[in-house]
Design a protein around this ligand. Structure first.
Ligand code: UFG
Length: 332
């Protein structure tokens, strides 16, 4: 039996593929390579293509005996989603519609879906539990929430069982340094800070220091990408065992401010990291910290790398070896 991973060449997708293979699972990857990297894939059968291509989906479902899908393929930049919401509805909502329709037609009835804390918007209660109100503040979060609802209705109508995993801030890299985070453009805090440490940027722009937090900068819950990968593996197992749909938050339950992240990066890299305070970024909530007790209890999920030091140091190891991402390896 094979797991189809859509978006398996992307950041979280490729770490999950690596982890699944290490657990002895058979995997096939579908990715249109709009953001992903072929070099991030480790010997998994690979189809380059799009979720909108139903013929290609038919071919994959005919060729492999697929018993579950892990669905990452999506556009995932908050800022871009505000500027071009239709791209997000097309790639995320309509793309997933094609995938679900083909799954139903081919009697594949298990899916693990890559959701996000962005569906909570600016949450009323911290830490954020799964029952918090879902009021997204940008089209990215709206499209992920729409897909969660599409999955819930598809369970009721067609018996499609799903686990939606709402990640907080994914960070870090494979502890063995084989793959890591490579976005273009890079918008995430930790890789940006590490690019400053590498001398590729002059400084970090801190997006606002007048938030109602201790040091005035935004607080986030950073979760190691390999711990996210393990949660996907456990979610597939749980779907097979219980045949029940569910929704889980994935975070460490501990928040770090932007300034604390920069300080941690300075400690790990041993490099002074200049920063300057600029304007707030539109749509940034002040504090996002997860309550993940449900995932710990029901999935038996135990994050292996909860410390921010470990997350940053794995990211740093990879960035040092691949300073310009997958394209530009250091000469040996
Ligand atoms: N930040 C800066 N300067 C930068 C980059 C980021 O100050 O150059 C700040 C942001 O304002 C934010 C924090 O660092 O307060 C983290 O920012 P990221 O861009 O790394 O992550 P976000 O919290 O904005 O978003 C991430 C994912 C989204 C997801 C969200 C859910 O990128 O896809 O978490 O919590 F929706």
């Amino acid at each position: 039996m094979t797991i189809l991973v859509t978006g398996g060449a992307g950041y979280i997708g490729s770490h999950t593929v690596l982890h699944l293979k290490e657990q002895g699972e058979e995997v096939v990857v579908l990715d249109n390579l709009s953001r992903g990297h072929l070099d991030a894939l480790f010997e998994a059968p690979f189809y380059e293509g799009d979720l909108h291509d139903e013929k290609l989906l038919d071919e994959i479902f005919h060729t492999y005996d697929i018993d579950a899908v892990i669905h990452f393929a999506a556009s995932s930049q908050v800022g871009e989603s505000v500027e071009d919401p239709l791209k997000y509805y097309e790639n995320n909502v309509i793309g997933t519609f094609h995938l679900i329709r083909k799954m139903v037609q081919h009697n594949v009835n298990r899916i693990v879906f890559s959701s996000t804390a962005a569906i909570y918007g600016d949450p009323e209660f911290i830490p954020v539990g799964e029952t918090n109100a879902t009021i997204p503040t940008n089209p990215y979060g709206e499209t992920k929430l729409a897909i969660e609802k599409m999955l819930q209705w598809s369970d009721q109508a067609y018996g499609l069982k799903s686990v939606s995993l709402r990640y907080f801030n994914a960070a870090g890299a494979d502890p063995q340094g084989r793959i890591g985070e490579d976005h273009d453009p890079e918008t995430h805090l930790i890789p940006i800070v590490l690019q400053v440490a590498l001398g590729q940027r002059e400084q970090v722009n801190i997006f606002g220091d007048d938030y109602p937090t201790e040091d005035g900068t935004c607080i986030r819950d950073y979760i190691h990408v390999m711990d996210l990968a393990e949660a996907h593996y456990l979610a597939v197992k749980k779907l097979k065992e219980t045949n029940e749909s569910a929704v889980y938050n994935l975070g460490n339950g501990q928040g770090f401010s932007v300034k604390q992240v920069i300080e941690t990066c300075e400690r790990v890299t041993g490099v002074f990291i200049p920063s300057t305070v600029s304007f707030r970024r539109t749509g940034d909530p002040a504090v996002l910290v997860a309550a993940s007790d449900k995932a710990r209890g029901e999935l038996k999920w135990i994050p292996q790398y909860p410390s921010l030091e470990a997350i940053v140091s794995h990211a740093w190891d990879w960035h040092k070896s691949y300073p310009y991402g997958f394209q530009t390896k250091l000469p040996t």
